[in-house]
Ligand binder design. Sequence first.
Ligand code: ADP
Ligand code: GLC
Length: 485
Amino acid sequence: MHIVFAASECVPFAKTGGLADVVGALPLELAKLGHEVTVYLPLYAVVRPHLTGQWKYAARSITIPFEYYNRFVGIVDGGKRNGVRYYFVDCPDLFDRQGLYGSGGGEYPNNWERFGLFCRAVLEATKLLGVPAVFHVHDWQASLIPVYLRTIYASDPLLGNVGTVLTIHNAGYQGWFPPQTTERLLFPWDLFTMDKVEHFDTFNFLKGGIVFSDMLTTVSRRYAEEIQTAEFGEKLDGVLRGRAANLHGILNGVDYTQWDPATDGYLAAHYTANVLTGKQECRTDLLHAFGLESIAPSTPVLGIVSRFAAQKGFDILAGITDELMRRDVAVIALGSGEPFYENFFREWAARYPGRVALQVRYDEALSHKVEAGSDIFLMPSRYEPGGLNQLYSLRYGTVPVVRATGGLDDTIDEWNAEQRTGTGFKFHGYAPQDFLAAIDRALAIFPNKQSWQRLMRNGMVKNYSWTQPARQYVEVYTEAVKRRG
Ligand code: ADP
Ligand code: GLC
């Protein structure tokens, strides 16, 4: 089967979060299963260093019409890597900038145009470069592909019958724009109704994708249920309930060629579930990288790697900072994002120098070092569709303390001291004291080396590879194709 992926992020080209990891890894696994996979991405400034030598254009000057002007895009051929073909939508006016979605000051105001153009350019490009059996589109940025297909392109002889699958990685980001977006993107006004893209008087990209895709998936079973409730649905729960029969939760996998302490090139030493000794060296290396050399070997290191966003639950961490520091712990955080949370971490680190350390930036190498060198990993998310860091933590023997939501609930089991089962510690209420109680349960086991190593190993031997999820996606693609056939 030929599957075209359209997404706004993909490892190794452009990444702000887990979406990039998924769009980087799933196509490779599908290619291994014998499928033809093509990935389309915008040609951002950060993509340029990956395109060495002279650019090879697969297509030039594709016309994308807007309300009273046209734009012309090129499709740069990124070549085949590990059996997967990459194409980049080149429109320097829109994509050749520093951020993917915005700059320090916020989102780019013309994101409707950037991602509207991206979606239409992908459709036009496939007519020249290969029409797939199914489009697999990701998040709001690619959500207009199914909308275009079932409206403006409905009678296109090449594209009219292509199936569509939308994966919702995060319902919290929907792409809300003014009603006029409808005509700016040349859609008919009858699209701007409650049962289509209209949402509280905005033009909502993600809602359009949900309404018009043949099949929907999200990145854990639990989140597939949660988004159908008012608490987690981000006001799309009604629409999602309406499509419940076609909505599947497929858990994210891990690319163990990138994330395994036995081979990870970013680490000071390697280790496995059988031979753990290298982890100590990774811890020393990490403490050095964060200037916490004086932390005693008996003191557990609590690690965080995260986008700093409300989703990630740092409000409840803010409620326990002083109380937590009465315990014998060190805290290491790597992240960036909303200034409010950056400042929270900065203030916390300033109050506890030598015990709490922070680096505010995006740093691939350091993220691997934090996974390997910490003893405990904290993910108190308010909501978490899938979550990859808890899966990385498991493999790195870094015991996760997580809130029981979305993919965190699906993948982490509470430690059971009698049966010696479980992989971490989990709390339910979104409350500082519940979080602290879960950390305390972890801290109570930590000094008992035998139990702790058992707990580490329980996680390290878990297998969250992409093999199984890739097969589940193929079933969903097959169903989408059938619907069109
Ligand atoms: P989300 O996609 O919501 O951010 P995930 O847990 O699915 O959450 O994925 C986050 C991904 O982004 C992981 O690969 C993580 O290592 C990476 N990441 C997040 N923040 C940083 C950072 N500051 N530096 C490096 N990697 C980061
Ligand atoms: C989103 C979610 C995260 C998920 C990732 C990849 O960014 O916040 O939970 O793991 O997408 O699916």
